[in-house]
Design a protein around this ligand. Structure first.
Ligand code: THG
Length: 577
């Protein structure tokens, strides 16, 4: 079929549908929802059999839905509707939820249901995490089911799905007044639910140190954390760790990792590490550092664990960086963690990133903040890139063991090439890669990509991938040589499969030979062209992007961090143009 994806933004769901629909042989073009006239033009140019709206905030015009089949993905069960579906699901603690593909009509979310899937919301997951895993997975299945039911060029449907036993209902936009935290009255689980229901957008409006701020990225403090703090009353901020501030609740405490701090001026607030946004206010707080190697219930960004017998032992290093963005601070932490785990006697080191994203590279909000602080965004960009390069170099330099990147979530730009710095790269079938840089104001790219990409896919394909700037699904990436294995169909079961495969690798009779071959290959490559040389040349080009005459990167970054509406659809997506 000819399909038009009509979407507010080319987000994770839109990208996943794009790669899956194309892999299934459909012709797919994309138009961002800019104005009704632009949508009408896209439909006239592309003449799609079906319009699919994965993520749409506005009404599809009648001239389009009355003449073409338009399928809207709604992140709620049949009957449910409205712009805050997942927010209500988390706030109400729903134990069963769903994703619906409905046909657009004149009334929001009220058209006929063409397919739907039920799922159980993961306890403790944020809105963004539920969306990135459960909603995306079930939306893809439901979209394919709906397409199988419709006849191209006809308005008749083969059949409709069975309705659920109980129908959802329309739920209004959730207001900030409904999200507000009462620190004296709300217990820890309610505070966490409120922040998770608003994560990553719009956050919960609150005050920190007397200043208005929106809260994001909350984690439960455990009793051991609380025992290390001075007593206080609910609402007090009593300690810091990494990006986060520890705030007491009525019956415990929560770590708050990220905030949008509102200044007295009209300057828009950036989403930053809480300890950065409130650097002066939090400087005097005790730092409750925890060891890298610890149980999963003690929250911090990096965490390490080991498994397997001596001589065939694996280490697993996770880095739970909010939204997969890696600031200079976070890169330095990861580099220190790599140095620490390099001293351990393991045969295989697995880097499994964060649960939603492996990594997305440099932290654009943090860089933008440098400019607002009166510093230079160009200098901050350069520092962040150097720090990313140092992490990639630390990984490339681990020649005494095998290294694996295990992608539990998507990876993009520098984060994707960081993954390729390992000896093997594994993912599950739901992962989408964006192995290119040009979408952010035509950046040249770093992280040793000029070494890492051609060594995997060859020079010609490396050039095409970089220039094409399209998302790549895991199975496509495996076929292209970007990945070495796809271990499960989705995130469920992936961790167990990674551990099993890593243990098998560590116990393999060929291990010593593989490690020797790896060290030899690195020496050979270094003699051909030193890594420093790749780095110097990449950074020379990046310096032009940051400090040169063309401001594209600074403009693109500004638009990205402030969620400015798109003014046009990029031509590499709008095939109809
Ligand atoms: N039919 C048509 N167009 C559609 C839908 C449809 N466009 C997408 C839409 N479904 C997806 N669902 C919704 C439901 C409600 C709202 C937006 C998308 C909504 N929006 C508020 C408004 O318009 O005032 C603003 C909300 C906000 O600010 O986020 O209520 O079924 N033809």
């Amino acid at each position: 079929m000819k399909i038009l994806l009509l979407t507010h933004a080319f987000n994770g769901l839109a990208q996943r549908l794009f790669v899956e629909l194309r892999a299934a042989g459909h012709e797919v073009s994309v138009e961002l929802d800019i104005a009704d006239s632009v949508t009408q033009e896209a439909v006239a140019l592309w003449q799609p059999d079906v319009v699919i709206a994965p993520f749409l905030k506005r009404r599809i015009p009648e001239s389009v839905w009355s003449t073409r089949t338009c399928l809207v993905v709604h992140p709620g069960p049949p009957g449910d509707g409205g712009p805050s579906a997942l927010d209500w699901c988390i706030t109400r603690g729903e134990t069963s939820w769903g994703v619906t593909v409905l046909q657009a009509t004149g009334e929001y979310d009220a058209g006929p249901v063409r397919a739907w899937r039920a799922f159980t919301p993961r306890p403790g997951a944020s809105k963004a995490s539920l969306y990135r895993h459960e909603v995306v997975k079930h939306a893809v299945a439901a979209v394919f089911e709906a397409l199988a039911r419709c006849t191209p060029g006809s308005t008749s449907w083969n059949s409709d799905p069975d309705p659920p036993s109980s129908l959802g209902r329309w739920q209004p936009l959730m207001a900030q007044s409904q999200r507000a935290i009462d620190w004296a009255a709300d217990d820890t689980s309610l505070v966490l639910a409120k922040i998770r229901a608003a994560d990553g957008f719009p956050g919960v409006g609150d005050r920190l140190f007397g200043t208005p701020a929106h809260l994001f990225d909350a984690h439960q403090a455990n009793p051991a954390d609380l025992a290390r703090c001075a007593a206080g009353t609910s609402g007090d901020i009593v300690a810091r760790r990494g990006p986060a501030l520890l705030r007491l609740t009525r019956d415990g405490g929560v770590w708050i990792g990220h905030v949008r701090r509102h200044s007295s001026s009209a300057a828009p607030a950036l989403k930053l590490a809480a300890t950065r946004a409130f650097a002066a206010e939090s400087a005097g707080l005790p730092e409750l550092a925890v060891p890298l190697q610890r149980d999963a219930h003690t929250w911090d960004e990096p965490r390490y664990r080991e498994a397997g017998p001596a001589g065939a032992r694996i280490g697993v290093l996770s880095f739970e960086f909010h939204n997969g963005a890696m600031s200079t601070r976070q890169c330095r932490r990861l580099q220190a963690a790599l140095a620490e785990v390099a001293a351990r006697d393991t045969q295989v080191l697995v880097l499994d990133g964060g649960s939603d994203f492996f990594s997305n590279g440099i932290h654009l909000h943090d860089i933008e903040a440098a400019a607002l602080d009166g510093g230079s965004a160009a200098d901050a960009s350069m520092a962040n890139i150097e720090a990313m390069d140092d992490v990639a170099l630390a990984l490339l330099s681990l020649t005494g063991r095998l290294t694996v990147s295990a992608l539990r979530g998507n990876a993009g730009a520098g984060g994707c090439f960081l993954a390729l710095a390992a000896d093997e790269v594994w993912a599950h079938a739901g992962v989408v890669l964006n192995p290119h840089y040009k979408n952010m104001g035509n950046l040249y790219g770093s992280e040793y990509w000029t070494y890492l990409l051609p060594r995997r896919v060859g020079a010609a394909q490396a050039h095409d991938i970089m220039r094409g700037r399209l998302p790549v699904g895991a199975r496509q990436a495996l076929a292209a040589g970007l990945l070495d294995a796809v271990l499960s169909s989705d995130a469920d079961g992936f961790d167990a499969a990674v551990e099993q495969h890593a243990l098998a690798l560590a116990a393999s009779p060929e291990l010593a030979q593989r490690i020797a071959a790896k060290a030899h290959a690195r020496e050979h490559d270094e003699a051909q062209r030193p890594l420093q040389d790749y780095r110097d040349e990449e950074l020379r080009r990046m310096r032009l992007n940051f400090f040169g005459f063309d401001p594209s990167y600074h403009v693109a970054r500004h638009h990205f961090v402030h969620r400015k509406p798109h003014a046009w659809t990029p031509r590499h997506l709008a095939l109809h143009r």
